[in-house]
Design a protein around this ligand. Sequence first.
Ligand SMILES: O=C(O)CCC(=O)C(=O)O
Ligand SMILES: [Fe+2]
Length: 189
Amino acid sequence: MVFASLFGERLRAFVRDPRFGAVLDVAGPGYRIGERERDGLVINHYRHEEGSTYQRLGWHTDSLRDLFYLEKPRRYLNVGFYLDDSPLSKGGVRLIPSSHRQGLFEMMTRKAYFLDHRPDPDEYALEAAAGDLTIHDGRIWHRVAQATATGDASQRRVMYLPLMSGPLKEKHEGSPTPLYFRLKRLAGY
Ligand SMILES: O=C(O)CCC(=O)C(=O)O
Ligand SMILES: [Fe+2]
């Protein structure tokens, strides 16, 4: 669910909470909350059970979208809010440490975007508890592994909010669907 904070008061108030000032300080000077940039506040909801269409997410970098906008990937950070506990039995985020420092070529070719779900020997498994906040660089390679648990025990809900700096390019009601969503659809999401 993208741009979630634009659809209701509670999430709108959440992203405007002054306490985000501390998170922006961590990001560095000049960062802002991208409520209308990239995909805004995104809510991901995974369940591992018959009929669920969202059980895992293949290898990707979030900065791929910059290339679709014909922009050179610039540093942007994604803040994650865990709404559920995320132990290993729920699958969860796997990332390749330091891969955000790679060059553009590696960012485009290291893995087959969204299609490749295979574990990587260098991957790190991120475990989290409900209420935890994570921050990752948009250029890092990551995936979401499928849960081994099923049904309610596999439910994993996480919200992501982009922290942006540099030129402001806001989306509006008439903005076209970005191509990378079509790529994701082609990959089966
Ligand atoms: O579900 C997660 O924790 C990560 C999702 C993700 O990487 C994405 O939506 O780009
Ligand atoms: Fe991602």
